[in-house]
Every structure is written in structure tokens, then in C-alpha cells.
Design a protein around this ligand. Structure first.
Ligand SMILES: Cc1cc2nc3c(=O)[nH]c(=O)nc-3n(C[C@H](O)[C@H](O)[C@H](O)COP(=O)(O)O)c2cc1C
Length: 374
């Protein structure tokens, strides 16, 4: 039996295998509310046998959305459609996970596929167009580019209110029935902005020393854990390194991971980058060494980034780099990846939905008979 396809238990939640769908923005919501697109997009991964399926970066505040059609969980009206999704994922044997975040200065950016704010006046109402000035630790823009604005500096009182904002969204995720919450601390979004001296030039208790820059995320973890049931796992996605001179480093992550773990974070989801000019060249498994560095320090990790084959995913586990493997684009390309991985790795485990599994088995048997008859 492969490690990849064997169950993994965190607190009271047992994943049927170690393959997780990485959070992926769909830019398809109106006022942060999930709809049938989100249901269908996520449901197919549960049908495809993933151990856990994670909902995209979901804003804890309206101004924390990356784009205007990103999901939100800042008000109770946003719970019901997410609850429907969570219930279906679980009914198909997958754990239901959701990533909660705040984009900070990288909020209110254009949709990827539009290549800029190309919404025409006559379509703005129908697509739910909104545009707002983002907030950040300091009045520093991500880069000098029309996609990004200079943020308004958060006041001390506003920074101190953030942990409660996160906690309220976490409590709503619990009411929606999710099994796992991941806090988004990566990719140059708000938490990452506070961690990194590149974006954080505050002179109060939330800026300056590493201890001060880590204060916000640690307070968010504490506030989240206080409302998130003890039996449910809490993940933290980090950019393990900014990969920029003077930026957040692997050594910084090791200090933060240990403190996060002590406060009840179960898994560090190990990504990287997010600030302009980062020295990162995506290649197969390019972030795996980052997951290994964190795991070697004694904290469970999830590896992510250009993991595209069952053998590579299995090696991430057997090499001791990670406890879980997250797939983004590979899952989009093959929502049945776990089912195919089981066959490729020679595992007898069969997570095909009954409605489809018998038919696929009959097809395979017919193909085998035809091959024998040759
Ligand atoms: C369409 C798309 C949307 C994404 N949205 C998010 C997101 O909401 N939150 C996040 O942390 N990462 C997001 N990512 C990054 C992925 O979760 C993943 O870390 C990255 O794509 C690398 O993994 P991959 O090579 O398997 O795609 C997104 C990636 C893609 C392709």
C-alpha cells in the first residue's frame, strides 16, 4: 500500500488519503457568495477521490477579497451555499476544507483571465464589479503597475481588530460544516505583508523586529483556535521564503512554525513567493525542499507546487518532505487524479463513486479480455 493512498489522521479528522486539492480562486462569486460554479468545481474533486478538498481563498472582510468576485465569509448570509458544498464533499468521503484570508494591499486586483480592468460600463452591474482602495501594513504598493494600488495604512486599532475578523469567519466555517480551516499567510497577502520587512515598515508593536512582525499572525492563530473546535485541524499556508534580499526567509519560517504549532496549528502548507521580483523558478517539485526544511524542524507539512505524477507525490511522502500533498493545476487537469494514482501505484483501494466505479471496472475487464484474446 502506498503512503499516498493510505489514510492520515489529524485530531478527530481522518483523511482517506494524503492528496489534498490546493485552494484555487475561481473569480466567480457575487458579493462573496458561492454558487453552482463553486459547487461543481469542488464536487468533482470529491468524486475523484481526494482526501480533502479546499475551497479557494475566502475573504474575512469585503476589502480583503483578492478580486471583487472572490468568495467571502464575513457575514452569515454567505454560510448556506458553502454549507451545501461542505456537506456534499463529506457525503463523498472527502474532508471539507476552506482557506480564509485577507489580501491586504493585493486586494481589488483584476481577474487573471481579463488581463486588467477591462469590464465595460454596460457589464459592470451584471458581473458585480466593485473596486476599492486596499489596506496594508504600510502605504507601499506591491509594484508600480496599474493592477496594484497604494494601500491605506491600517491604523493600530484596525490591526488589533483583524484577529477577531478572522475568528468570526472561522466560526462561520465551523457552522458551515467544514472539517479543516487553513489561514492564508502566503503569496504576499496581508499576513505575509506583515511578516515581511518588504511590505511592513510599521513602527508600532506590529512592525520592526521579527517578533513584532509575527505578532499579527500569532494573534490570528490564537483567536481562530479559540473558536475552532479542538477536534478540527488548523492549517497555515506560508510563503516559506520571499526569495528576495531582506525578505522573509526559511530561518524565519522555522521560528514561526514552532510558535504556530504551539498555538494549535497542525500543518504548515509550504508555498513561497508573492512579492514582485522574487527569485523563484517553477520546476517539478520546486517547493519540496521548503516543506522538508519545515518538517525536519518537527512540524507536519503539506507540499505543493508542480507535483504532477503519482510517483512524485508518493516520493514527497516517503522522502520525509511532507505529510500531505496538495495539487492545484494538476487537479484541474485531472480531477480523478487519486483514482488514477491508485491504479498507477498498484493499490487496491477503490474510491470510485458507486455510480461510476462498476462501469469503469467493466470497461477495464473488457479491455483485459480483448488483450488476452489477441
Ligand atoms: C487558478 C488558481 C487559483 C489559485 N488560487 C489560490 C488561492 O485561492 N489560495 C492560495 O493559497 N493559492 C492559490 N493558488 C495557488 C495554488 O494553490 C498552488 O499553490 C499553486 O498553483 C502551485 O501548485 P500547482 O503547481 O499544483 O498548481 C492558485 C493557483 C491557481 C492555478
Amino acid at each position: 500500500m502506498s503512503l499516498l493512498l493510505s489514510p492520515y489522521t489529524l485530531r478527530d479528522v481522518t483523511l482517506r488519503n494524503r492528496l489534498v486539492v490546493s485552494p484555487m480562486c475561481q473569480y466567480s462569486a457575487r458579493h462573496g457568495v458561492a454558487n453552482d460554479w463553486h459547487f461543481a468545481h469542488l464536487a468533482r474533486f470529491a468524486l475523484g477521490g481526494f482526501g480533502a478538498v479546499m475551497v479557494e481563498a475566502t475573504g474575512v472582510a469585503p476589502q480583503g477579497r483578492i478580486t471583487y468576485p472572490c468568495l467571502g465569509l464575513w457575514e452569515d448570509a454567505q454560510i448556506a451555499p458553502l454549507a451545501r458544498i461542505a456537506a456534499f464533499l463529506k457525503s463523498q468521503g472527502a474532508a471539507a476544507a476552506i482557506q480564509l484570508g485577507h489580501a491586504g494591499r493585493k486586494a481589488s486586483t483584476p481577474l487573471w483571465w481579463r488581463g486588467g480592468f477591462t469590464e465595460r460600463e454596460d457589464e459592470k452591474a451584471s458581473v458585480g464589479f466593485e473596486h476599492w482602495q486596499p489596506v496594508g501594513p504600510s502605504a507601499l504598493a506591491q509594484m508600480d503597475h496599474p493592477d496594484y494600488q497604494t494601500p491605506r495604512t491600517l491604523t493600530l486599532a484596525e490591526v488589533q481588530a483583524l484577529p477577531d475578523q478572522f475568528a468570526k469567519a472561522v466560526a462561520r466555517a465551523d457552522r458551515a460544516g467544514f472539517d479543516i480551516v487553513e489561514l492564508h499567510g502566503a503569496h504576499g497577502y496581508l499576513i505575509n505583508q506583515f511578516l515581511s520587512p518588504i511590505a511592513n515598515q510599521r513602527t508600532d508593536a506590529y512592525g520592526g523586529s521579527r517578533e513584532n512582525r509575527m505578532r499579527l499572525v500569532l494573534e490570528i492563530i490564537e483567536a481562530s483556535r479559540a473558536v475552532w473546535p479542538a477536534g478540527k485541524p488548523l492549517f497555515l499556508r506560508l510563503s516559506v521564503q520571499d526569495a528576495l534580499p531582506g525578505g522573509w526567509s526559511v530561518a524565519d519560517t522555522l521560528v514561526l512554525s514552532a510558535q504556530a504549532r504551539a498555538l494549535g496549528v497542525d500543518v504548515i502548507d509550504c508555498s513561497s513567493g508573492g512579492f514582485a521580483g522574487a527569485a523563484i523558478t517553477p520546476a517539478p517539485g520546486y517547493q519540496m525542499p521548503l516543506a522538508k526544511a519545515v518538517r525536519d524542524s518537527g512540524v507536519a507539512t503539506m507540499a505543493v507546487g508542480l507535483i504532477t505524477t503519482p510517483a512524485q507525490a508518493e516520493a514527497a511522502l516517503t522522502s520525509g518532505s511532507a505529510d500531505l500533498v496538495a495539487l492545484g493545476r494538476t487537479a484541474l487537469d485531472d480531477p480523478n487524479f487519486p483514482l488514477h494514482a491508485a491504479a498507477a501505484l498498484g493499490d487496491s483501494v477503490d474510491h470510485w463513486p458507486k455510480q461510476a466505479g462498476f462501469a469503469v471496472r467493466l470497461r477495464d475487464a473488457a479491455l483485459a479480455r480483448a488483450a488476452l484474446a489477441k
